[in-house]
Design a protein around this ligand. Sequence first.
Ligand code: NAP
Length: 312
Amino acid sequence: MSKTRILQVGPLTERFNQRIAREHDVTPLWQQADIPAFLAEQGASFEVVATSARAGCKVELIDALPNLKAICSFGVGADSIAVAEARQRGIQVSVTPDVLNDCVADLAIGLLIDTARQLPASDRFLREGKWLSGNYPLTRKVSGKNLGIVGLGRIGKDIAKRAAGFDMSIRYHNRRQDPESAYGYEADLLALARWADFLVLACPGGPATRHLIDAEVLAALGPQGIVVNISRGTVIDEAALVAALQSGALGGAGLDVFEAEPKVPEALFAMPNVALMPHIGSATEETRLAMENLVFDNIRAFIDNGEVLTPP
Ligand code: NAP
């Protein structure tokens, strides 16, 4: 029996690239000299796409693969994958949920403390020799504050669990109340922002959440308020965010994701009340290995049993 042909959209780690080549009949799309010509000639022979939240799988690629049956992605965000179109055509999609919750939740809390206590700026202050001429200015307390979580899902719940250890009061905003959650539900995002000292974003990206956090929400969070974003850059209106930080309408921002990453607005670079991370939420050795393994488990489950394990 011939092996299932897999099209890998973009490179992952060397370890992943080598393992997929060892275990499967895989073709790296990004290495093709003329991608449209390659797809026109061989597109019909692929049944599986291996991709990532970064490389995605747009509807144009699905169109070029008429016998595609499964898209297996590395990462939990499916906003770069044409999930609805795939489902319409009976194509299964898998992502890598849960195995990254700890690391992304850890980073959210880290960013919150970084921003409120201005850790990156105080580190720069010391390294630049400024401590020799005086103390660093006072910052804001973290423990015991009001934490609003936008998107109390798998990662959001792990953020809440950690925040409880800092004696924070926790409320959340989802589209629907979670009947299993004991945290206070706020149907009105603006009301949550007015109540919160800190607003942490852990919802998905994509058109439904684009600019959910706009100038009005940032103003409601206020001059002492801090927004932390580990979700997707598109969730915040970045121009409004920069303006709110410049005018003092917002107290601070801790950001792991950006609208046009890896491009980051340079206006943020010099602000002491801003902490900036290069999209490293899940980027630890342990978690990335677990994510890779889950991609392989999904591919194997699809090939052996016709069903992926972890759809979005
Ligand atoms: P999840 O379990 O599906 O949780 C998402 C939560 O967001 C749900 O509680 C959902 O509740 C809520 N939500 C969805 N649409 C919403 C909307 N329009 N307005 C308000 N709330 C909404 O997902 P997860 O596994 O926790 O992952 C969340 C996201 O984190 C991913 O999609 C990804 O973009 C991001 N992420 C980032 C990194 C990083 O490296 N920074 C790593 C992993 C994941 P309702 O359905 O009731 O609205």
